[in-house]
Design a protein around this ligand. Sequence first.
Ligand code: 9W4
Length: 416
Amino acid sequence: MDYKVKDIGLAKEGEKLVRWAEQHMPVLMGIRKEFEKERPLKGIRIAACLHVTKETAVLIETLKKGGATVALTGSNPLSTNDGVAAYLAKNGIHVYAWHGNHDKYYWCIEQALKINPQITMDDGGDLVTTLHTKRQDLIKGVMGGTEETTTGVNRQRAMEKNGILRYPIIAVNDAMTKYLFDNRYGTGQSSIDGILRATSILLAGKKFVIAGYGWCGRGLAMRARGMGAHVIITEVDEIRALEAAMDGFEVMPMEKAAKIGDIFVTVTGNKHVIDAKHMEKMKDGAIVANSGHFDNEINVDWLEKNAVEKKEIRNNVMEYKLKNGRKIYLLAEGRLVNLAAAEGHPSEVMDMSFSNQALAVKWIVENHGKLENKVYKVPEELDREVAKRKLAAMGIKIDKLTREQIRYMREWKEGT
Ligand code: 9W4
């Protein structure tokens, strides 16, 4: 049994986390039950490059219960939970991952590929890319792969366009039960969670400025309002700005918001959304955080160069004293506050993405003979199946169209 983790002795701690996640992932656990009975992945070898989290462990064990042999490597050096990695290694998964693994990141991917995978599961596309560059010899044995994130799907779509993609990929990221929920409810809640864990401040009555009104911004605004904050949105897109205004939020340019905000969160996907000219105008004690994908939404370099004093106040809170005498508090070095200071998407959200993953793997095994070397959407019936099962798990029933209503919808002649 081959693996490499930080400390196999951490398995018991990891197991507690995984059991907790299982409690909150009813759809995936339901799929696990079926997999145990039907063994749809019997004898299938899977290499996965995913964030080694408690939720990922629930997915990996589900694949194993379905009959698969799994090798797992981390998809980011900072996202591996060493307890979870140890727990999986102890339970028959070939895990190559430890927290802070910057130097041996690609070595770990190579180890995972030793399984000679028939299926790849990626989060960001590093497995697919490694197979297409360094390990082309393994490609003939691959039936297909899945991809969890936008970044990965973009990379693989580019490969398809250039005619170099050599096996089919299912874009789990693009499933409705994934993208319609994770940014809004996952990032929305976990960003607040990260800010509160880092600072323990009261949100009620605070001026909470959100840069960007995409899915993350909408989720965050909804939750901040729920906590009693006065929410201000800044936008560059007129339609989104209008939407924010009609959702009942105050909308204004960042230059104006900078002067009045207590807390600032960037979720735009663009750079230097909070820049020198904004920070110079902020009130003493302003808190600044980022939940957008890259860590350049806040001009941290400027802060670093122009602060006259810098002090770590508590974990994930850095105080910068500016020349004007005012202090600004930067959370988690301007990296994603929901990941660095909290635990990312709650398990209930990951339940839906990872159920799509599990069903997509089964679908590839059943259909790979008919597939071309293209990026496919998750078949709509699987996507809807995940939604149905989530509703059932939540105890929610919905109506069905009557035969007459179906006929009415198809009928174009019947009007007013
Ligand atoms: N985690 C991550 C990334 C950077 C990072 C403190 C600053 C993404 C998706 C899922 O990227 C992920 N930087 C850190 S901690 C950290 C964590 N620091 C430390 O100083 C730098 C990541 C998917 N996911 C969930 O969201 C929940 N379960 C999941 O599997 C996980 C992690």
